[in-house]
Design a protein around this ligand. Structure first.
Ligand code: FES
Length: 125
């Protein structure tokens, strides 16, 4: 089950801009890339650096710590490293930007591990 959280107004983020949102102890980065909004977890899956200050090249975000690159549309790392950053669905509802989050603790840990494995497999495809 997921929750929808309002993180701002629809016109607040112009193309090329980004914004940090803090929701339930999570740090999430929103990007407007050519008019389309994307949301990812702010934590790099490599070693935990904040991705929010990373350099954006098209849809690829470079982690400021060690330079790994992630596609903000899919969360997948460039190349064959197999890491992926969590992405969140974003939509505009009633002129608000809304991010969908999984309910905390809604998924047992063994099922979350399976989800992580599925995402890793998705990025390999
Ligand atoms: S912490 Fe992001 S690439 Fe190492």
């Amino acid at each position: 089950m997921s929750r929808r959280i309002v993180v701002g107004g629809a016109g607040e983020l112009a193309p090329g801009q980004r914004k940090l949102a803090f929701i339930d102890g999570r740090s999430i980065v929103l990007f407007n890339i050519a008019g389309t909004l994307h949301a990812i977890d702010n934590t790099c899956p490599h070693n935990g650096a904040a991705l929010s200050s990373g350099q954006l090249e098209g849809c690829m975000l470079r982690c400021p710590a060690h330079g790994l690159r992630f596609d903000v549309r899919t969360g997948c790392m460039a190349g064959t490293g197999g890491l992926s950053v969590t992405t969140f669905p974003v939509e505009i509802m009633n002129s608000k930007v809304v991010v969908s989050l999984d309910e905390p603790n809604a998924t047992p840990s063994h099922e979350r591990d399976a989800t992580t494995n599925q995402e890793t497999e998705r990025c390999k495809a």
